[in-house]
Design a protein around this ligand. Structure first.
Ligand code: EPU
Length: 337
């Protein structure tokens, strides 16, 4: 277990923000994690996974535990299903690729989502009609205060739209060490309701898609809309899509009948934050080193050497302008430190 001091985190966050960690330890096993928690029990901690859903606005005056232990284990299987236990440090997309190659179905729509497996339950990652919760069975976590292991069932995780117990009741109390998922081995339940997926398959004249076809379609759609963090620093959707109550929605709709929306339930109407940001005039605009992506207004980007604060000021400006123009509050999806 090697303790590093004043380590740059530039390579460890997909925004590519150059801040320093006061202390830094790479965790390569659950035992090493327990050891670090006991040895440094008096230090303030900062838990780092793939760094794909965070904006760092200042140096981290804490011990950064970089969770990087890997491994995929088949817990059980029959002709129809496989149950896999995946270590927190596995890269999410590499894991999806492994599943697609082995014909394990259920997460092909979640192809190319940046970040690591251990962070996936925290915000219940989702895209193109599928969320992690659809295949999730349980996860293990270590309680920081006493280094004991706890298993969280799906019900205990209380998944919601980009939400879970790990963002609420037990926030910063546990470190997720592995995730267990149930996937299909045949009769895959394909999710092709998303317009762009259907279009992509139709263009390729694919009538009976395999999970590989879906994965490839999702990869093509994401690559056309979302910037690759290796080329242009970003953190995916910066804001959540706001969910409006019927009164707020009716008032909004009266003024902006052309806006797209999605009825989540009879009392909840989701409006795309990307549309609001675009129609507030921000799409493709650049403010110093920070900017709004040209193909997807929900994504803020680092054009070069932006500081976290530059990006945060842009986010606040967008939030304020959207509120003034549409009367709607948009909440950040990324964690800001
Ligand atoms: N739109 C605009 N302008 C834009 C962007 C979007 O008008 O600049 C409109 C589109 O025309 C469309 C609607 O907004 O009618 C929805 O756009 P899109 O399908 O691109 O999805 P999104 O709602 O913007 C969400 C997720 C994405 C996920 C996609 C696909 C959130 C916050 N974001 O985006 O997740 O990939 O759906 O399912 O829910 C992420 O979380 O980092 C992420 C990329």
């Amino acid at each position: 277990m090697q303790l590093k001091k004043n380590k740059s985190l530039k390579e460890f966050n997909t925004f590519g923000i150059d801040v320093k960690a006061r202390y830094f330890i790479e965790i390569t096993s659950v035992d090493k994690l327990k050891e670090a928690l006991t040895t440094y029990s008096r230090e303030k901690l900062f838990i780092l996974g793939g760094g794909s859903n965070m904006l760092l606005t200042q140096d981290i005056d804490a011990l950064v535990l970089y969770i990087n232990h890997k491994g995929i284990e088949v817990l059980s299987e029959d002709e129809n299903h496989v149950i896999l236990k995946v270590m927190a440090g596995e890269n999410w997309h590499e894991f999806v690729t492994y599943c697609v190659e082995n014909n394990y179905g259920g997460i092909e729509n979640l192809s190319l989502i940046p970040g690591n497996v251990g962070s996936a339950p925290i915000q219940n990652i989702g895209a193109y009609g599928v969320e992690l919760k659809d295949v999730f069975q349980s996860c293990s976590a270590i309680e920081i205060a006493n280094q004991t292991k706890k298993e969280f069932s799906k019900e205990e995780c209380r998944f919601g739209y980009r939400n879970s117990i790990f963002k609420n009741e037990v926030k910063s109390k546990y470190i997720i060490t592995d995730v267990t998922l149930k996937l299909t081995k045949r009769d895959h339940v394909l999710s092709t309701s998303y317009g762009a997926i259907r279009e992509n398959l139709a263009n390729k004249k694919i009538e009976a898609p395999t999970i590989k076809d879906i994965s490839e379609a999702v990869i093509a759609i994401r690559q056309s809309k979302l910037p690759d963090p290796k080329e242009l620093g970003n953190s995916g959707s910066f804001f959540k899509n706001p969910v409006l109550d019927p009164d707020t929605f009716r008032a909004f709709r009266l003024n902006f009948p052309e806006a797209p929306f999605y009825e989540v339930s009879p009392t909840e109407f989701k409006v795309p934050a990307g549309w609001l940001i675009e129609h507030a005039g921000f799409k493709g605009k650049r403010f110093g080193n920070a900017g709004v992506h040209k193909n997807q207004a929900l994504v803020l980007v680092n054009h070069g050497n932006a500081t976290g604060n530059e990006i945060w000021q842009l986010a606040l400006n967008i939030q304020k302008t959207v509120k003034e123009k549409f009367g709607i509050y948009i909440e950040p999806e990324v964690n800001v430190f």
